[in-house]
Design a binder for this molecule. Structure first.
Ligand SMILES: [Zn+2]
Length: 344
Protein backbone atom coordinates (compact mmCIF):
# COMPACT_ATOMS: atom_id res chain seq x y z
CA UNK A 1 0.00 0.00 0.00
CA UNK A 2 1.30 3.46 -0.98
CA UNK A 3 2.33 5.82 1.82
CA UNK A 4 0.45 8.73 0.27
CA UNK A 5 -2.74 6.65 0.32
CA UNK A 6 -2.11 5.85 3.97
CA UNK A 7 -1.77 9.51 4.88
CA UNK A 8 -4.78 10.64 2.90
CA UNK A 9 -7.33 8.09 4.03
CA UNK A 10 -7.68 8.14 7.77
CA UNK A 11 -10.01 5.15 7.83
CA UNK A 12 -7.24 2.96 6.46
CA UNK A 13 -4.75 3.98 9.14
CA UNK A 14 -5.10 0.75 11.07
CA UNK A 15 -4.63 -1.31 7.93
CA UNK A 16 -1.60 0.74 6.92
CA UNK A 17 -0.04 0.17 10.33
CA UNK A 18 0.25 -3.47 9.26
CA UNK A 19 1.89 -2.63 5.94
CA UNK A 20 5.40 -3.43 7.20
CA UNK A 21 4.23 -6.96 7.93
CA UNK A 22 2.47 -7.17 4.58
CA UNK A 23 5.69 -6.14 2.82
CA UNK A 24 7.47 -9.10 4.43
CA UNK A 25 4.99 -11.67 3.13
CA UNK A 26 6.14 -13.95 0.31
CA UNK A 27 5.36 -12.63 -3.16
CA UNK A 28 1.87 -13.39 -4.42
CA UNK A 29 1.85 -16.16 -7.07
CA UNK A 30 1.61 -14.85 -10.62
CA UNK A 31 -2.01 -15.83 -11.06
CA UNK A 32 -4.88 -17.05 -8.88
CA UNK A 33 -4.54 -20.41 -10.60
CA UNK A 34 -1.22 -20.82 -8.81
CA UNK A 35 -2.57 -19.99 -5.34
CA UNK A 36 -2.43 -22.87 -2.85
CA UNK A 37 -5.75 -24.69 -2.62
CA UNK A 38 -7.34 -26.33 0.39
CA UNK A 39 -6.62 -30.04 0.72
CA UNK A 40 -9.06 -32.09 -1.35
CA UNK A 41 -10.50 -35.44 -0.28
CA UNK A 42 -11.65 -36.99 -3.56
CA UNK A 43 -13.14 -40.08 -1.90
CA UNK A 44 -15.03 -38.19 0.79
CA UNK A 45 -18.47 -39.34 1.87
CA UNK A 46 -20.09 -35.90 1.76
CA UNK A 47 -23.23 -36.88 3.59
CA UNK A 48 -21.23 -38.46 6.43
CA UNK A 49 -18.79 -35.52 6.55
CA UNK A 50 -21.72 -33.13 6.91
CA UNK A 51 -23.38 -35.23 9.61
CA UNK A 52 -20.17 -35.66 11.64
CA UNK A 53 -19.18 -32.01 11.25
CA UNK A 54 -22.58 -30.91 12.55
CA UNK A 55 -22.24 -33.23 15.56
CA UNK A 56 -18.73 -31.98 16.31
CA UNK A 57 -19.75 -28.32 16.00
CA UNK A 58 -22.70 -28.83 18.33
CA UNK A 59 -20.54 -30.56 20.93
CA UNK A 60 -17.99 -27.71 20.79
CA UNK A 61 -20.54 -25.06 21.72
CA UNK A 62 -19.35 -21.47 21.95
CA UNK A 63 -16.40 -22.04 24.27
CA UNK A 64 -14.63 -24.68 22.16
CA UNK A 65 -15.42 -23.23 18.71
CA UNK A 66 -11.76 -22.36 18.10
CA UNK A 67 -10.71 -25.92 18.94
CA UNK A 68 -13.38 -27.32 16.62
CA UNK A 69 -12.20 -24.98 13.85
CA UNK A 70 -8.59 -26.00 14.32
CA UNK A 71 -9.04 -29.77 14.51
CA UNK A 72 -12.04 -30.30 12.21
CA UNK A 73 -11.40 -27.66 9.51
CA UNK A 74 -8.12 -25.75 9.53
CA UNK A 75 -5.71 -28.57 10.33
CA UNK A 76 -7.05 -31.06 7.74
CA UNK A 77 -7.83 -28.50 5.03
CA UNK A 78 -5.44 -25.56 5.12
CA UNK A 79 -1.75 -26.46 5.36
CA UNK A 80 -0.71 -22.86 4.61
CA UNK A 81 -2.63 -21.54 7.58
CA UNK A 82 -1.27 -24.35 9.78
CA UNK A 83 2.29 -23.49 8.77
CA UNK A 84 1.66 -19.83 9.56
CA UNK A 85 0.02 -20.24 12.94
CA UNK A 86 2.36 -23.07 13.94
CA UNK A 87 5.56 -21.34 12.87
CA UNK A 88 8.88 -21.86 14.64
CA UNK A 89 9.18 -18.90 16.98
CA UNK A 90 10.36 -17.86 20.40
CA UNK A 91 7.74 -17.34 23.10
CA UNK A 92 8.44 -16.34 26.70
CA UNK A 93 8.90 -19.16 29.18
CA UNK A 94 6.02 -19.21 31.64
CA UNK A 95 5.30 -20.74 35.02
CA UNK A 96 1.80 -22.07 34.39
CA UNK A 97 1.24 -23.89 37.70
CA UNK A 98 3.23 -24.00 40.94
CA UNK A 99 5.03 -27.10 39.61
CA UNK A 100 4.51 -26.87 35.81
CA UNK A 101 6.59 -24.66 33.51
CA UNK A 102 6.15 -24.01 29.80
CA UNK A 103 9.64 -24.07 28.24
CA UNK A 104 8.99 -24.78 24.57
CA UNK A 105 8.57 -22.65 21.46
CA UNK A 106 5.62 -21.49 19.36
CA UNK A 107 5.35 -24.53 17.08
CA UNK A 108 5.80 -27.26 19.67
CA UNK A 109 5.58 -27.47 23.45
CA UNK A 110 8.05 -28.61 26.06
CA UNK A 111 7.13 -28.78 29.73
CA UNK A 112 9.15 -28.97 32.91
CA UNK A 113 7.68 -30.35 36.14
CA UNK A 114 9.61 -29.36 39.24
CA UNK A 115 9.67 -31.68 42.24
CA UNK A 116 11.88 -31.62 45.36
CA UNK A 117 13.71 -34.68 43.98
CA UNK A 118 14.39 -33.29 40.51
CA UNK A 119 12.79 -32.19 37.26
CA UNK A 120 10.75 -34.16 34.73
CA UNK A 121 10.74 -32.72 31.21
CA UNK A 122 7.94 -33.63 28.79
CA UNK A 123 9.09 -33.53 25.14
CA UNK A 124 12.38 -32.14 23.86
CA UNK A 125 11.62 -29.89 20.84
CA UNK A 126 12.86 -30.35 17.25
CA UNK A 127 16.61 -30.74 17.58
CA UNK A 128 19.66 -30.72 19.85
CA UNK A 129 20.09 -27.02 18.96
CA UNK A 130 16.55 -26.20 20.12
CA UNK A 131 17.06 -28.14 23.36
CA UNK A 132 20.34 -26.27 24.02
CA UNK A 133 19.27 -22.81 22.79
CA UNK A 134 15.56 -22.69 23.70
CA UNK A 135 14.49 -25.34 26.21
CA UNK A 136 17.47 -25.05 28.58
CA UNK A 137 17.59 -21.20 28.59
CA UNK A 138 13.81 -21.13 29.13
CA UNK A 139 14.26 -23.34 32.19
CA UNK A 140 17.07 -21.14 33.50
CA UNK A 141 14.98 -17.97 33.04
CA UNK A 142 12.40 -19.51 35.36
CA UNK A 143 15.00 -20.52 37.94
CA UNK A 144 15.12 -24.21 37.03
CA UNK A 145 18.57 -25.82 36.97
CA UNK A 146 18.77 -28.18 33.98
CA UNK A 147 21.29 -30.31 35.88
CA UNK A 148 18.31 -31.41 37.98
CA UNK A 149 16.53 -33.04 34.99
CA UNK A 150 15.99 -36.69 35.93
CA UNK A 151 13.53 -37.83 33.25
CA UNK A 152 12.56 -36.76 29.74
CA UNK A 153 9.21 -38.26 28.76
CA UNK A 154 8.50 -38.31 25.01
CA UNK A 155 4.85 -38.18 24.03
CA UNK A 156 5.44 -39.73 20.63
CA UNK A 157 7.95 -40.69 17.97
CA UNK A 158 7.71 -37.66 15.67
CA UNK A 159 10.98 -35.72 15.62
CA UNK A 160 9.45 -32.41 16.67
CA UNK A 161 8.89 -33.99 20.11
CA UNK A 162 12.13 -35.95 20.58
CA UNK A 163 14.77 -34.17 18.48
CA UNK A 164 16.47 -32.67 21.55
CA UNK A 165 16.23 -35.78 23.75
CA UNK A 166 19.76 -37.05 23.09
CA UNK A 167 21.18 -33.65 24.03
CA UNK A 168 19.38 -33.75 27.40
CA UNK A 169 20.42 -37.37 27.91
CA UNK A 170 24.10 -36.72 27.05
CA UNK A 171 24.39 -33.38 28.85
CA UNK A 172 22.47 -34.00 32.07
CA UNK A 173 22.28 -37.79 32.33
CA UNK A 174 18.48 -37.69 32.11
CA UNK A 175 16.58 -40.94 31.65
CA UNK A 176 14.48 -40.94 28.48
CA UNK A 177 11.02 -42.52 28.55
CA UNK A 178 8.95 -43.52 25.51
CA UNK A 179 6.66 -46.37 24.50
CA UNK A 180 8.28 -49.44 22.93
CA UNK A 181 6.48 -48.80 19.63
CA UNK A 182 7.67 -45.21 19.41
CA UNK A 183 11.24 -46.12 20.42
CA UNK A 184 10.97 -48.23 17.26
CA UNK A 185 9.92 -45.14 15.26
CA UNK A 186 12.86 -43.09 16.58
CA UNK A 187 15.30 -45.89 15.85
CA UNK A 188 14.00 -46.62 12.33
CA UNK A 189 16.01 -45.24 9.36
CA UNK A 190 13.32 -42.61 8.67
CA UNK A 191 13.36 -41.60 12.39
CA UNK A 192 9.57 -41.56 12.40
CA UNK A 193 9.13 -39.70 9.13
CA UNK A 194 9.03 -36.10 8.04
CA UNK A 195 12.17 -33.97 7.86
CA UNK A 196 13.80 -35.77 10.79
CA UNK A 197 15.84 -38.56 9.15
CA UNK A 198 19.15 -36.88 10.06
CA UNK A 199 18.36 -36.73 13.80
CA UNK A 200 20.26 -39.01 16.16
CA UNK A 201 17.86 -40.74 18.56
CA UNK A 202 18.59 -40.94 22.28
CA UNK A 203 20.19 -44.15 23.56
CA UNK A 204 17.46 -46.74 24.11
CA UNK A 205 16.33 -46.29 27.69
CA UNK A 206 13.00 -46.74 29.52
CA UNK A 207 10.00 -48.30 27.75
CA UNK A 208 6.81 -47.00 29.34
CA UNK A 209 3.90 -49.43 29.41
CA UNK A 210 0.21 -48.76 29.73
CA UNK A 211 -0.59 -47.92 33.35
CA UNK A 212 3.06 -47.43 34.38
CA UNK A 213 4.25 -44.55 36.53
CA UNK A 214 7.27 -42.29 36.30
CA UNK A 215 8.04 -41.40 39.90
CA UNK A 216 10.30 -38.90 41.66
CA UNK A 217 9.87 -38.99 45.44
CA UNK A 218 6.15 -38.81 46.11
CA UNK A 219 5.37 -37.28 42.68
CA UNK A 220 4.08 -39.64 39.99
CA UNK A 221 3.04 -39.35 36.36
CA UNK A 222 0.83 -42.14 35.02
CA UNK A 223 1.53 -43.22 31.43
CA UNK A 224 -1.01 -44.69 29.01
CA UNK A 225 -0.52 -46.04 25.49
CA UNK A 226 -3.02 -44.32 23.19
CA UNK A 227 -2.29 -45.32 19.57
CA UNK A 228 -3.62 -43.38 16.59
CA UNK A 229 -1.41 -40.36 15.98
CA UNK A 230 1.51 -42.83 16.18
CA UNK A 231 1.54 -46.55 17.06
CA UNK A 232 2.67 -45.89 20.64
CA UNK A 233 1.52 -42.39 21.51
CA UNK A 234 2.03 -41.86 25.25
CA UNK A 235 -0.58 -39.93 27.22
CA UNK A 236 -0.02 -38.64 30.73
CA UNK A 237 -1.95 -37.88 33.91
CA UNK A 238 -0.23 -35.94 36.70
CA UNK A 239 -1.04 -33.56 39.55
CA UNK A 240 -0.53 -29.81 39.20
CA UNK A 241 -0.91 -27.21 41.93
CA UNK A 242 -2.48 -23.79 41.49
CA UNK A 243 -1.48 -21.58 44.44
CA UNK A 244 -1.28 -24.75 46.50
CA UNK A 245 -4.61 -26.22 45.33
CA UNK A 246 -4.29 -29.63 43.68
CA UNK A 247 -5.70 -30.27 40.22
CA UNK A 248 -5.22 -33.19 37.83
CA UNK A 249 -3.69 -32.55 34.41
CA UNK A 250 -4.23 -34.74 31.37
CA UNK A 251 -1.86 -34.55 28.40
CA UNK A 252 -3.11 -36.63 25.45
CA UNK A 253 0.10 -37.30 23.52
CA UNK A 254 -1.43 -36.99 20.03
CA UNK A 255 -4.88 -35.58 19.40
CA UNK A 256 -4.37 -35.37 15.65
CA UNK A 257 -4.79 -38.66 13.86
CA UNK A 258 -6.12 -39.89 10.62
CA UNK A 259 -3.66 -40.05 7.76
CA UNK A 260 -5.22 -43.46 7.03
CA UNK A 261 -8.65 -44.88 7.93
CA UNK A 262 -6.98 -47.41 10.26
CA UNK A 263 -5.11 -44.66 12.09
CA UNK A 264 -8.31 -42.63 12.43
CA UNK A 265 -10.17 -45.64 13.83
CA UNK A 266 -7.37 -46.30 16.34
CA UNK A 267 -7.44 -42.63 17.30
CA UNK A 268 -11.19 -42.69 17.90
CA UNK A 269 -10.85 -45.82 20.07
CA UNK A 270 -7.96 -44.27 22.03
CA UNK A 271 -9.87 -41.04 22.62
CA UNK A 272 -12.87 -42.99 23.91
CA UNK A 273 -10.58 -44.82 26.32
CA UNK A 274 -8.75 -41.61 27.24
CA UNK A 275 -12.03 -39.95 28.13
CA UNK A 276 -12.82 -42.83 30.51
CA UNK A 277 -9.33 -42.75 32.07
CA UNK A 278 -9.34 -39.00 32.61
CA UNK A 279 -12.90 -38.97 33.93
CA UNK A 280 -12.01 -41.65 36.50
CA UNK A 281 -8.84 -39.72 37.43
CA UNK A 282 -10.75 -36.44 37.89
CA UNK A 283 -8.74 -34.64 35.20
CA UNK A 284 -9.74 -30.98 35.08
CA UNK A 285 -6.64 -29.36 33.53
CA UNK A 286 -5.88 -29.43 29.81
CA UNK A 287 -2.22 -29.61 28.80
CA UNK A 288 -1.23 -30.19 25.15
CA UNK A 289 2.04 -30.82 23.31
CA UNK A 290 1.48 -28.13 20.67
CA UNK A 291 0.50 -24.64 21.91
CA UNK A 292 -1.94 -24.10 19.04
CA UNK A 293 -4.04 -27.06 20.20
CA UNK A 294 -5.41 -24.96 23.05
CA UNK A 295 -4.16 -21.41 22.40
CA UNK A 296 -1.60 -22.10 25.14
CA UNK A 297 0.68 -19.25 24.02
CA UNK A 298 -2.19 -16.78 24.46
CA UNK A 299 -3.23 -18.27 27.80
CA UNK A 300 0.38 -18.03 29.01
CA UNK A 301 0.47 -14.33 28.07
CA UNK A 302 -2.60 -13.75 30.25
CA UNK A 303 -0.86 -15.52 33.14
CA UNK A 304 2.37 -13.52 32.72
CA UNK A 305 0.51 -10.22 32.67
CA UNK A 306 -1.66 -11.19 35.64
CA UNK A 307 -4.69 -10.73 33.38
CA UNK A 308 -6.45 -14.04 33.96
CA UNK A 309 -8.56 -12.56 36.77
CA UNK A 310 -7.53 -15.14 39.31
CA UNK A 311 -8.64 -18.05 37.14
CA UNK A 312 -5.86 -20.17 35.69
CA UNK A 313 -6.94 -20.54 32.03
CA UNK A 314 -5.49 -24.07 31.86
CA UNK A 315 -8.10 -25.24 34.39
CA UNK A 316 -11.03 -26.34 32.23
CA UNK A 317 -13.02 -28.27 34.82
CA UNK A 318 -13.89 -31.94 34.35
CA UNK A 319 -16.91 -31.43 32.06
CA UNK A 320 -15.16 -29.10 29.63
CA UNK A 321 -12.08 -31.36 29.57
CA UNK A 322 -14.30 -34.27 28.54
CA UNK A 323 -16.05 -32.15 25.91
CA UNK A 324 -12.70 -30.99 24.48
CA UNK A 325 -11.65 -34.62 24.03
CA UNK A 326 -15.11 -35.36 22.59
CA UNK A 327 -14.53 -32.66 19.96
CA UNK A 328 -11.12 -34.19 19.13
CA UNK A 329 -12.83 -37.57 18.71
CA UNK A 330 -15.68 -36.13 16.65
CA UNK A 331 -13.14 -34.47 14.33
CA UNK A 332 -11.42 -37.84 13.84
CA UNK A 333 -14.83 -39.16 12.76
CA UNK A 334 -15.09 -36.26 10.29
CA UNK A 335 -11.65 -37.23 8.98
CA UNK A 336 -12.73 -40.87 8.57
CA UNK A 337 -15.71 -39.67 6.51
CA UNK A 338 -13.38 -37.49 4.40
CA UNK A 339 -11.49 -40.68 3.56
CA UNK A 340 -14.71 -42.23 2.28
CA UNK A 341 -15.89 -44.15 5.31
CA UNK A 342 -19.14 -43.78 7.20
CA UNK A 343 -18.29 -43.82 10.94
CA UNK A 344 -20.52 -46.11 13.04
ZN1 LIG B 1 3.14 -35.83 15.87
Amino acid sequence: MERTTCRSIALLAALCAGSAAIAQMPPRPASPAAYPAQTAYPKENREAVGRELAAARKLAGADLEADFNWRCLISPLDRVQVAGVQHDGLVPATRVFDNLYSVGQNSVSAWAIDTPQGIIVIDALNSPDEARDILVPNMQKLGLDPKRIKYVILTHGHGDHWGGAKFLQDTYGAHVVASAADWGMMESPSRGGGPFASLVPPRHDIEAKDGDSVTLGDFSIRTYITPGHTPGTLSLVFPVFDKGVRHNAGLMGGTGGGSTPDAARRQIASLTRWQAITKAAGVDVLVTNHPVHMAATEKEALIRYGASQGNNPFIYGMDKYQRYMGVMSACSRVQLARMGEAPE
